[in-house]
Design a protein around this ligand. Structure first.
Ligand code: PDD
Length: 286
């Protein structure tokens, strides 16, 4: 089936959707994005993704082209037109097409380029990987210094994913100055007893929407939450580990750099947080 995608106000068959070769997103990675999950035809934590989109645009001095209500209407229309039950909506806003290549930003009134498309993933929440967990390797964090802005410059995360694949594992955890920053496209956590530990928010990591929700639910479920740095050695010695993202939800991590964590099987805290997250988020989906 040909997907219907959204480009600058129009719903088009994907084969007819076009963006200029002079688009700043294409030439300069000058754009931001969001990925929102769809479960049972409804959007998960939509308000959170709208908030972060506004923050990313603001950080790059770009005007938000739509109100939250308009974004919601576009997302819902695309989900409906593509018959998405479980999957994702990808949204990208770039600084637009100035008609030529120039390092300086074009005039602020240049219309941005807005693209959205869906990805169908039937059974997304029942991923078999959640039962077996992910294996990860650690690699140096060689990304730029504003990882809190969700930009489309994803080359190093993409290289990291390939390093993981070549090593026969599922993902890579970035390490900077001896401490884990995050995964290639997710936030990283370790568990020690009743305590969930994850790196504190700063410019060094993306402020995950799933992270915010999971930490809130963890506190409500009487887990202790510690937002601080941790090393690979501390992680390898932890009872459990997991990652969070809009598309993987809460995913257990069972091995780091070849060393099994605990029994080498997903731990109870990760399983519990995945269960709570999915249950609460399905209830709040729009
Ligand atoms: N990635 N850290 C990085 C570097 C990410 O790219 C992501 C999300 C996260 C988790 O953020 P959230 O919980 O808001 O999804 C953390 C998305 C899913 C992606 O690029 O596909």
């Amino acid at each position: 089936m040909t997907r219907t995608v959204f480009v600058n106000g129009d719903y088009l068959p994907e084969t007819e959707a076009k963006v200029s070769v002079f688009d700043r997103g294409f030439l300069m990675a000058d754009g931001v994005y969001e990925v929102t999950s769809v479960l049972g035809g409804k959007l998960i934590d939509f308000a959170g993704h709208c908030r972060r989109l506004a923050r990313s645009l603001d950080a790059l001095e770009m005007t938000n082209p739509h109100s939250d209500d308009e974004w919601l209407a576009i997302h819902r229309e695309l989900v409906a037109r593509n018959g998405i039950v479980d999957g994702m909506v990808y949204l990208q806003v770039t600084r637009g097409n100035p008609g030529d290549r120039d390092f300086a930003y074009p005039a602020a009134d240049l219309p941005p380029t807005v693209v959205l498309f869906t990805q169908s993933k039937p059974g997304l929440a029942e991923s078999p990987a959640a039962k077996t967990g992910w294996k990860v390797i650690s690699i140096p964090d060689m990304r730029w210094g504003r990882r809190d802005i969700k930009t489309v410059q994803l080359l190093y995360p993409s290289m990291g994913k390939m390093m993981a694949k070549k090593a026969g594992v599922d993902d890579a955890w970035f390490v900077e100055d001896g401490f884990v920053t995050e995964g290639t496209s997710n936030n990283a956590y370790i568990v020690k007893g009743n305590k969930i530990i994850t790196r504190q928010l700063s410019h060094d990591i993306l402020h995950g929407i799933t992270r915010a929700a999971v930490l809130r639910f963890a506190r409500e479920a009487q887990f202790e939450v510690e937002e601080r740095n941790f090393s690979i050695a501390e992680a390898q010695d932890a009872d459990e580990a997991f990652i969070t993202s809009a598309s993987a939800f809460v995913m257990p991590v069972v091995q780091i750099d070849g060393k099994d964590l605990g029994s080498g099987k997903p731990g109870p805290v990760a399983a519990r947080m995945r269960e709570i997250y999915l249950e609460e988020m399905r209830k709040a989906a729009v």
